[in-house]
Design a protein around this ligand. Structure first.
Ligand SMILES: Nc1ncnc2c1ncn2[C@@H]1O[C@H](COP(=O)(O)OP(=O)(O)OP(=O)(O)O)[C@@H](O)[C@H]1O
Ligand SMILES: [Mg+2]
Length: 296
């Protein structure tokens, strides 16, 4: 089995609202991502997916739990400087909304090579322009796009640029937070194909955050299901889709539309009442690598 790249243990984050009130976005979430693995994180809106991504990317300091990257403690204040350096060169984040995550005043060429400039990386192809052209071609962007700015491009072109920008640092771990949610279906398929192609070519690990379970089914090796900040189930993708055990997972899977009208008519939507979630539950392994939150 491949070595563990990212080890998330008991990750907890509370957003302070007032001095006495806070929102618990993550409540003791644990999962691991191995070298070269695609791990999908799914869950309804507000379940804590982006909060987990921000904690892993050092954009948020979690209020509890442990984060280890290749054995290095990411939350150790003594290693903060080393972590920051390592972060830029080994982990990259792609956001859902490329319209707001890419600087509208910069040209695409500058956007793509910005991580290399910030980290003083010498461009392997001689100049930053040549590097931008090379990376753009890899994601299917024509050189004519490079002098344009994000508002002059389509959503699909912007998301391709975001992928090129992330890949120019050759990350070991790529975190994609709902990278296709704002795109139409045909462009979604193109972008998902790009992820799969580059993951096979570069062998990086991918944390793929999504609402769309069919995309997760197609792309991911393992999947974790978040619900109200709790990881309720995690399993290899085929196992999770064939044998979902937690009522929350079953409810999520039952909401996926089926392309066959006859089966779609017979589909029964399962409901999951949040009040039925027992107070004390622990994650238990029910079959190899299949963990489910169960009552104590
Ligand atoms: N900056 C913030 N301040 C206060 N609460 C926040 C903040 N950011 C997120 N939250 C709350 O934390 C919880 C988790 O939010 P998060 O954005 O991580 O969910 P998500 O699963 O990514 O949702 P979505 O699928 O809609 O992107 C939600 O209840 C949200 O309202
Ligand atoms: Mg989110």
């Amino acid at each position: 089995m491949a070595e563990i790249l990212l080890d998330v243990r008991g990750l907890t984050h509370r957003y302070a609202m007032t001095s006495s009130r806070s929102v618990t976005a993550l409540d003791g979430v644990s999962f691991q991502i191995r070298h070269g693995e695609i791990f999908g994180l799914v869950g309804q809106s507000g379940s804590g997916k982006s909060t987990a991504a921000r904690c892993i990317m050092n954009l948020l300091r979690p209020t509890g739990g442990d984060l280890h990257y290749k054995g290095v403690d990411l939350l150790d204040p003594k290693q903060r400087r080393e972590n920051r350096r390592m972060l830029q060169t080994t982990r990259q984040l792609i956001f859902q909304d490329s319209a707001s995550s890419l600087n509208p005043r910069m040209t695409l060429a500058d956007i793509i090579t910005e991580p290399m400039v910030i980290n003083s990386v010498k461009p392997p192809r001689g100049s930053m322009r040549a590097e931008a052209e090379f990376q753009a071609a890899k994601v299917g962007l024509s050189p004519s796009c490079l002098d344009r700015r994000p508002p002059e491009l389509s959503g699909g072109q912007r998301q391709r640029a975001a992928i090129a920008r992330a890949l120019c640092m050759e990350p070991e771990l790529l975190i994609a937070d709902e990278p296709v949610a704002s795109l139409d279906v045909s462009v979604q398929a193109q972008i998902l194909n790009l992820f799969r192609h580059f993951q096979t070519e570069h062998g990086f690990s991918l944390l793929f955050i999504a609402h769309d379970l069919s995309a997760v089914h197609w792309l991911c090796d393992r999947v974790g299901v978040l619900f109200h900040g709790l990881l309720v189930e995690s399993a290899p993708t085929t196992e999770l889709f064939e044998n979902p055990l937690h009522p929350c997972t079953r409810a999520l899977l039952s909401s996926v539309p089926l392309p066959d009208p006859r089966r779609e008519r017979q589909r029964r939507l399962e409901r999951f009442d949040t009040d039925t979630l027992p107070a004390a539950e622990t994650l238990r392994e029910v079959s190899p690598e299949h963990f489910v939150l169960k009552e104590d």
